[in-house]
Design a protein. Sequence first.
Length: 186
Amino acid sequence: MFRFSIISLTLSSLLLHATPLSQEEAIAKGNQVSAALLQKLGGEVKAQMQTNGVMGALHYCTQSALPLTDSIAQETGTTIKRVSLRNRNPINEANKGEKIILEKWEKSVKNKEPLPAYEIEKLSKGGFNYYKPILLNNEACLKCHGDIQGSPLAEAIKTSYPNDKAMGYKMGDLRGMVVITLPKEH
């Protein structure tokens, strides 16, 4: 009973000291978390390509991209997902609201208009969604997402992802976005 009282007091004091997350704090945290995810994931894929070729990178992405994303989310106290209109993994399919943002951004890219660095949305239940565009701006990305139809890699991708829609991209295309849900308090 004594132990329970200490835990209750500790939780109560933590809850009392939680402060609402401001939009500026949400933007800063979104920038930090998205940069950490993209740097870590990109670095791992690049290392796999250098060490094990594109097939090694495919294996890495198939086995480790989602767990890596989840681990960064857990470390940062957020929820993170990568979504696309042309997803490879069905888990990464954009929902209705995300599709609206991606379609707007695709139109901007097509019209050669600059994309925002991010968008932020205050959620009705509190907290924020932070949206960061993912552009294909590295030749290495095209090795798996470019015009590779008919190649052994394309066949391997179809084996892992039978409904793949993530090939045929060109440099500068919008690949998708990172969506980070930030809690209402910190």
